[in-house]
Design a binder for this molecule. Structure first.
Ligand SMILES: Nc1ncnc2c1ncn2[C@@H]1O[C@H](COP(=O)(O)OP(=O)(O)OP(=O)(O)O)[C@@H](O)[C@H]1O
Ligand SMILES: [Mg+2]
Length: 310
């Protein structure tokens, strides 16, 4: 079998009273993929993860996680998944290892002591396992939280804003751990509003605001709705040149930016870029710089979210 879907939803929806938190979410995540749920505050990311984890019943629609319906068999789903929640709880006055041993004991068939020691080791907390959790930094607590959700070796992970509130180094550290979890073949659904994080970690990004706005690879999302444009800076410029460039069949449009640089859209940027340069040089133009305008994922995200709001 090729790429069996391990997480899928069909029209999954959740209302809280009058408020619709998640509307008609249809999604399929094949084994081994990291999919990012990217959306603003209140978009319904946590609600979606909680429905998939069998913690919250959907108002309508269905989900399948590892072949199980979380609304019908939440306990069995809990055995297949690890859910890193927004605020994982620990016994602050117990040691890290003692906490992990305690939580591991809930899972049948798990050697709690071995799992706890292994978790401490794997999350780079060796040497601190005997310390009280209350003395841990936020980054260390978050790594411990990841260790906790891995105790029963789940193949599926739901990570709700795993790096929220961490400093850049701690966040990077955690992202590296997430990458290593993916390399072990785990399927990961990760909620975030950090675009860099989504781009770095995720095979596909689901832009989400109550409804699914778009789902694609980070690269495809970036290319999606914006045409590629070139910025051309010249030593000097005349209106005649502008008119001449606009008359070229391979030039779709030329605008002059506030900084004096030209903003050029070409029929085919890869093919026509040398032609554009040649044409400008022929006219006696001195080119200081030609570069492609970079579209950040943030631009795309913001415009998608804006469209979704309208
Ligand atoms: N238990 C609840 N009772 C009532 N409303 C809820 C409940 N849980 C969530 N909501 C509402 O559902 C919507 C989605 O909330 P949710 O927590 O899923 O958003 P989110 O995308 O995780 O946001 P954030 O980025 O802030 O974590 C919000 O309007 C929220 O107020
Ligand atoms: Mg949330």
């Amino acid at each position: 079998m090729r790429d069996p879907e391990v997480i899928s939803t069909d029209g999954l929806s959740k209302r809280f009273g009058e408020r619709i938190a998640v509307e008609e979410l249809t999604l399929a995540v094949p084994a081994g993929e990291i999919v990012g749920l990217l959306g603003p505050n209140g978009a319904g990311k946590t609600t979606t993860l909680r429905m998939l984890a069998g913690i919250l019943a959907p108002t309508s629609g269905t989900a399948l996680v590892d072949g199980l319906d979380p609304a019908k068999e939440p306990e069995r789903v809990h055995e297949s998944i690890g859910f890193l929640t927004e605020s994982p709880g620990f016994y602050e006055r117990l040691s890290a290892e003692r906490n992990l041993t305690y939580f591991a004991a809930f899972y049948g068939g798990v050697d709690a002591h071995a799992a706890a020691r292994n978790g401490i080791e794997q999350m780079g907390l060796a040497g601190r396992g005997g310390d009280k959790v209350g003395t841990f930094s936020k980054g260390m607590k978050q790594r411990l939280a990841l260790a906790r959700v891995l105790l029963h070796e789940p193949r599926i992970l739901f990570l709700d804003e795993p790096t929220a509130g961490l400093d850049p180094e701690a966040a990077r550290n955690l992202r590296e751990l997430i990458v290593s979890l993916k390399k072990e073949g785990r399927t990961i659904l990760l909620s975030t509003h950090n675009l860099t994080e989504a781009e770095e970690l995720c095979d596909r990004i689901a832009v989400f605001r109550t409804r699914l706005v778009a789902i694609d690879t980070p690269g495809a999302l970036r290319d999606r709705q914006f045409e590629r444009r070139l910025r051309v800076r010249l030593a000097s410029m005349t209106e005649d040149w502008l008119a001449a460039l606009r008359a070229e069949p391979f030039v779709r449009s030329v605008e002059r930016g506030t900084d004096g640089a030209l903003d050029v859209r070409l029929a085919d940027p890869d093919r026509d870029r040398p032609r554009l340069v040649t044409r400008i040089v022929e006219m006696g133009g001195q080119i200081l710089e030609v570069r492609e305008v970079e579209r950040s994922l943030e631009d795309v995200y913001l415009s998608l979210i804006e469209e979704a709001t309208e």
